[in-house]
Design a protein around this ligand. Structure first.
Ligand SMILES: *[C@@H]1O[C@H](CO)[C@@H](O)[C@H](O)[C@H]1NC(C)=O
Ligand SMILES: *[C@@H]1O[C@H](CO)[C@@H](O)[C@H](O)[C@H]1NC(C)=O
Length: 261
């Protein structure tokens, strides 16, 4: 595992450096957009009435969100990307309790297991066959489905769920939420970002270096999916997928002192 881990770590450094360069270039634009959204959302939340909110958004076009050319809200990995319209980037939802995500899933890609802490989701498969899994809480039975084009499924608030494009062509899904700020918590990326000794103990004492090695391998969402699908479609998993979404290590979740010394 060690030499593999070291070469992955070197690769990670290169990927992070190039990701950082493009992020800095986009930062000035992104800051203005964020500030603009923040002041609009603050004004909308301050309005005592719905009529007042309508006049806060003075242009008709402020009620339209273009998922093909989004101003922000894109999450991408090697397998595809998702675009979210919520109170973070689309002020018109404020006061209406709704949000929407559109997913553009490449062949055999997976929207990795996650939960939405503040919303139930209904999820419509526009043109692909999606394999979905759902687990709501301890003791609940696991629910799995194939979602053919034209059908939808429900993911209750807080439930662990995943969706994989099980087809060899790109697929689009549309997810609607009953919150303007549904939030998302990606299971693997967040779990492996907890203190290393806690994760190690949780996994039966596998060792902190092994945990750190695992954390560095986690591909960004949307990731490549199952071997079965990739083989059936004649595709190859890339030898490295970007790994920039993992939980950052700060003093509270860092390598334990006793082992790093
Ligand atoms: C909706 O379902 C598709 C396919 O099942 C899945 O890929 C996607 O991640 C789901 N959307 C969200 C926002 O969870
Ligand atoms: C689904 O729609 C997207 C976007 O238009 C397209 O790129 C993709 O090829 C379509 N997939 C299928 C299976 O028709």
């Amino acid at each position: 595992m060690n030499s593999n881990f070291i070469s992955r770590a070197a690769l990670l450094g290169t990927l992070m450096a190039s990701a950082f360069a493009s992020v800095t270039a986009a930062a000035a634009v992104a800051r203005d957009f964020t500030a603009e959204v923040q002041s609009e959302v603050a004004a909308l939340r301050d309005s005592p009435t719905a009529v007042g909110r309508l006049s806060t958004l003075s242009q008709d076009s402020q009620f339209v969100f273009d998922f093909f050319n989004p101003p922000a809200g894109v999450v991408s990995g090697a397998g595809g990307h998702t675009v979210e319209a919520s109170s973070a980037n689309f002020p018109a939802v404020v006061g209406n309790g709704v949000a929407m995500t559109v997913g553009f899933l490449g062949p055999c890609s997976i929207n990795t297991p996650h939960t939405h802490p503040r919303a139930t989701e209904i999820n419509f498969s526009a043109n692909g066959t999606l394999r979905t899994g759902l687990l709501t809480e301890n003791g609940a039975r696991f629910i799995m489905n194939e979602l053919p084009p034209g059908s939808m499924t429900v993911f209750p608030q807080g439930a662990i769920h995943f969706e994989m494009n099980d087809g060899c062509a790109p697929a689009v899904f549309v997810a609607a939420f009953n919150s303007e700020d549904p939030g998302v918590l990606q299971l693997a990326q967040r779990f492996l970002g907890l203190p290393l000794d806690i994760i190690s103990a949780t996994l039966g004492d596998i060792g902190v270096e092994e945990v750190e090695g695992l954390a560095h391998l986690l591909p960004d969402n949307v990731a490549f999916g199952t071997d079965e699908c990739l083989q059936r479609c004649g595709l190859k998993r890339p030898s490295a997928q970007p790994t920039a979404q993992q939980q950052p290590r700060v003093s509270g979740n860092a390598f334990p002192d006793a082992t790093s010394a």
